[in-house]
Each structure stands twice: as C-alpha cells, then as structure tokens.
Design a protein around this ligand. Structure first.
Ligand SMILES: [Zn+2]
Length: 246
C-alpha cells in the first residue's frame, strides 16, 4: 500500500453495504470532545459524510481496557465500555486505537452492529467474544456474522513481558503458548490477531467471514499511529454504522 489514504475500508464490510472506515494518520485531526460532544472537526466530518457516517454524531465510549458492552441509542458518549452495540440505522459507532485492535462486527440478518477495542487487557477479558455474543444474544445467527479487524499491532512488533503472559495464562490456561513466540529471557512476541480471531471463532463466527488485512501499526508508521513506537500521540478511529435501508 502506498500513498497517503485518509482511511482504509474492509472489502467484507463493503460488500455487505456497511458504511465504515478505519482512519490512517492522514485523516483530518480528530478533535475529541471532553464530554459527550462531537469528537470530529469539520474536515473529518466531510470525509465521514462521503462514507455515509454523518446521519448522527457518532456514539463512542470512555475506553477502559475492559469487556463491557454498551448499547448506543444516540450520538455522544455511552460511558465506560470497550464495545458498543446498536441496531439503529445510520448511527455511527466509533472506537479509538493506536496499536490496540479495532473490531467491527455486523449481523446482516438482524442488522445490528458492534464495534470493540481490544488491547491485551481487553483480549484477556475476551472483549471480542463478548461483543460477538452480544449480537447473537440479540438474535444474530452466529454463522452469518461478519467481522473485520482493523490496523493494529502485529506479532512482528508486539513484545510483552511476564505480567501480560501471566494474565493471559490465567484467563486461557493451556491456550496461550500458541499465541506467543519466545523473544529472549522474560520476553515474548504476542499475536493479538490470532487470539482475537480465535475468540471470534469460539463465538461461532465463520473464519471465512473474518477480515484481517494484518496491517501492523508499528511496522507501518507511514500510514498509522503506534503507541508502542511513538508514545502518546495521535489515535486512529474506526467508525461504522448499520446501513440505512433503501
Ligand atoms: Zn509490525
């Protein structure tokens, strides 16, 4: 991928008619309101409008690296949560990341959408599985669910230490060794993509319906922001909405 695209899209979500985007570092500056307001500036709004993501102000959460799912009924903050779910056509749901995984889930049958934010802490709490199960509990046939993982840190760059491994080990005894590669004393490379894909599959999502372009935020500083590589700086937004029926 070359050039300076302001955002990327998922072919899987595109084919299902889901308005969405994953921003890059060339997206106009995200102006996050402190308190429930509109988090995007005018230039960002123009691009969101092009993508059909301007019917309402986006709903977003105060992300706390947990696994709570909040139902969004209107734009603005839904409070503390790391996943949002909605069946309201045209209501954009947003999560913000810089290395953590943004995950979009769509139920084309019930026309419900979920977005989730999964770093290692959220992954240890199975936020991806919890978000998928929120959709199936609302009636989604699990085999019809679509999932898209956005740009996030890959196993090439995500070095973790013992406390992370201990948390994963207690959450998923026996499973975690398949997700890591030893990288020296007390260090491992963790494949959060693999863990989250497994969580989606364990919630019943068909593997052929999980889109992961495997774009690493830390490798691709030409396109993305990376907390690991750059520290606190910009963040990437993932925004998606249930399609408005025509
Ligand atoms: Zn990488």
């Amino acid at each position: 991928m070359t050039g300076r695209p302001p955002f990327l899209t998922s072919p899987l979500l595109e084919a299902a008619g889901v308005p969405h985007l994953f921003t890059t570092r060339y997206f106009p500056r995200l102006e996050r309101a402190a308190n429930g307001g509109w988090p995007f500036g005018p230039a960002a709004r123009a691009l969101l409008g092009e993508r059909g993501l301007l019917q309402d102000p986006p709903a977003f959460a105060r992300q706390v690296h947990g696994a709570e799912v909040a139902e969004a009924r209107a734009g603005g903050s839904v409070g503390r949560a790391d996943a949002l779910i909605s069946d309201r056509p045209g209501l954009p749901l947003a999560v913000f990341t810089a290395d953590c995984l943004p995950i979009v889930l769509f139920d084309p049958t019930g026309r419900r959408l979920a977005v989730a934010h999964a770093g290692w802490r959220g992954t240890a709490q199975s936020v991806a599985r919890v978000a998928a199960e929120a959709l199936t509990r609302a009636g989604a046939p699990r085999e019809r669910l679509l999932a898209a993982i956005g740009p996030s840190i890959g196993p090439c760059c995500y070095e973790v230490d013992l406390p992370v491994i201990q948390r994963l080990g207690s959450a998923f005894p026996g499973a975690w060794p398949a997700w890591v590669t030893p990288a020296g004393p007390g260090k491992w490379m963790l494949d959060l993509w693999k863990v989250n894909e497994e969580q989606l599959r364990s919630a019943g999502v068909d593997p052929s319906r999980i889109d992961n372009p495997r774009l690493c935020t830390a490798c691709r500083l030409d396109l993305f922001f990376s907390y690991r590589r750059e520290g606190r700086g910009g963040s990437l937004a993932t925004v998606a909405a249930v399609p408005v029926s025509s």
